[in-house]
Design a protein. Structure first.
Length: 211
C-alpha cells in the first residue's frame, strides 16, 4: 500500500493512531475514507504525523522509491520505523538507512514477514538442531497472479516478490551468498497485457558453504 501508517494492530496493545497518504496515490485515492474505515486520525502531512507525540512507531508503506525519505523523517523524529519491502531503491539507500539508524539510535527494520511464519520457524529450528543434515540446496517456489493493473505499478517480480525469497534463504541458511545471478522474462496469454515489468524470474544464490 502506498501510505504511511503509524502502527495498526500488533501483538499486545498497539493500535493504529493515524495515517497519511501521498496526494497523488492512486492506491489510496481517498485517505479520509481509509481513516474512517480504520477508525483513526488523518494527518495533513507526513511531517505532522511523525512529529505527533501520541505516535510511538511509524510504518512506511509508500512506493519504494520514497522509503528513504520517509524512514529518515521518522528516525529524525525519534520514531522507530518499519519499512515495507523492497526496503529501498538500491544498496546505497539501504546502507544510508542503516547508517541513519546507528547515528540516531532509532530502530529501523524491514517488513520481512515470511520468516515469522510458524512453518519457517520450525524449519529454522530443525536446521539449527542438525535434524536435516548438511544443507546442499534450498528451493523456494512462489506463484501468484497479479492483475495487469497491479503489475503496472509494481517494480517487477525480482524486486517485489524475489525479495521474500532472498531474505528467507538468508534466514534459513544463516550465511551470505558468494555469487548471485538472476533471470527474468515475461509470459503473456494471447499477447494480453502491456506492463513492461517482468512477471517471471529466477534467482540463483551460491552460498559460501557451496550450497
Amino acid at each position: 500500500m502506498s501510505s504511511l501508517f503509524a502502527g495498526r494492530k500488533l501483538q499486545g496493545s498497539a493500535t493504529l493512531h493515524g495515517l497519511w497518504s501521498r496526494p497523488d496515490c492512486h492506491i489510496v485515492p481517498n485517505p479520509a475514507e481509509k481513516a474512517r474505515e480504520y477508525g483513526c486520525k488523518l494527518y495533513a502531512s507526513a511531517e505532522e504525523m511523525v512529529r505527533c507525540k501520541d505516535i510511538d512507531a511509524v510504518f512506511v508503506l509508500t512506493n519504494y522509491e520514497s522509503h528513504l525519505k520517509y524512514a529518515n523523517m521518522a528516525m529524525d523524529a525519534g520514531k522507530p520505523v518499519l519499512v515495507e519491502k523492497p526496503v529501498a531503491n538500491g544498496v546505497s539507500e539501504m546502507e544510508a538507512l542503516k547508517e541513519k539508524s546507528f547515528d540516531t539510535g532509532v530502530p529501523c527494520v524491514p517488513v520481512h514477514n515470511y520468516i515469522h511464519e510458524p512453518h519457517l520457524l520450525r524449519t529454522k529450528m530443525m536446521l539449527e538442531a542438525g535434524q536435516l543434515g548438511r544443507i546442499t540446496s534450498l528451493y523456494i517456489n512462489y506463484n501468484i497472479f497479479h492483475p495487469e493493473t497491479v503489475c503496472a505499478r509494481l517494480p517487477g517480480i525480482i524486486k517485489q516478490i524475489g525479495t521474500h525469497h532472498a531474505y528467507t534463504a538468508l534466514y534459513l541458511l544463516g550465511e551470505a551468498p558468494h555469487k548471485v545471478s538472476a533471470f527474468r522474462s515475461m509470459i503473456r496469454e494471447d499477447d494480453m497485457g502491456t506492463a513492461p515489468q517482468e512477471n517471471l524470474a529466477m534467482i540463483n544464490m551460491e552460498m559460501k558453504s557451496g550450497a
